[in-house]
Design a protein around this ligand. Structure first.
Ligand code: CTP
Ligand code: MG
Length: 229
């Protein structure tokens, strides 16, 4: 399957609070964006587009492997993915949209998403169950009700799509509409989204504690198997 990866890496990482854009922050000596790109390639994606903050092109180009296409992202994740999609090879059959902020996503997860697409699914997301009791809390801070947790899932990336399905869904999305992930974009266009098992190692790096945990995971578990360091 000819699958192109889009890595959203144009955010600043304000909650991480590092001295550089989050995607350039090193984990075990390798920038988060490089981990994310290597994981996609190891899982079966054949080419990658990375969306970056415009002011940092040289730093990104210096750390990405040859052949990766670097394009300027936008002010929001939605705008950044739009820019990446516009640069993706239109001859590809599938597209996987991934966050640079999920550096340790195992290649197995990427392969599961690709397998579901090859079997004909138009849209696929990796998910995990919710293990904590989950409740709705009112503005007064008092629990209003408990949410039945059995059907709840946490959604991760990479999210996979038939390329033309995602292109059409973004084209139909009104300018300025901001959705938090790409599954929401295709769902807004009426496309069913199937799920495959995600992985705790795909956890998103948002605050500095997440980076501490990721460093520990690399030290104790190794880099999910396939990526040579
Ligand atoms: N992203 C992007 N373009 C944006 C905003 C975010 O490509 N304008 C990317 C980020 O680089 C990240 C992914 O979307 O890989 C998920 O976003 P998030 O974790 O929120 O990263 P940041 O927006 O950089 O972090 P923060 O919200 O703390 O500023
Ligand atoms: Mg953000």
């Amino acid at each position: 399957m000819h699958a192109v990866g889009i890595v959203a890496a144009a955010g600043s990482g304000s909650r991480l609070g590092a001295d550089r854009p989050k995607a350039l922050v090193p984990l075990a000596g390798r920038p988060l964006v490089r981990w994310a790109v290597d994981g996609l390639l190891a899982g079966g994606v054949t080419e990658v587009v990375v969306t970056i903050p415009a002011a940092h092109r040289a730093e990104f180009e210096a750390v990405l492997p040859a052949g990766v296409l670097v394009v300027e992202g936008g002010a929001t994740r939605t705008a950044s993915v739009r820019a990446g999609l516009a640069a993706a090879d239109p001859a590809a059959t599938a597209v996987l949209v991934h966050d640079a902020a999920r550096p340790l996503t195992p290649p197995d997860v990427v392969a599961r998403v690709l397998t579901a697409l090859a079997a004909g699914a138009p849209a696929v997301v990796p998910v995990l169950p919710v293990v904590d009791t989950t409740v709705l809390v009112g503005e007064d801070g008092v629990i209003a009700e408990a949410v039945p947790r059995a059907p709840l899932r946490r959604v991760q990336t990479p999210q996979g799509f038939d390329l033309q399905t995602l292109v059409r869904a973004y084209a139909a999305l009104p300018d300025g509409a901001e959705l938090t992930d790409d599954a929401a974009v295709v769902r807004a266009a009426g496309v069913p989204v199937i799920t495959v098992p995600g992985d705790e190692r795909s956890a998103k790096v948002t605050v500095s504690h997440d980076l501490t945990l990721a460093e520990l995971a690399v030290t104790l578990d190794g880099p999910s198997g396939t990526v040579a360091r």
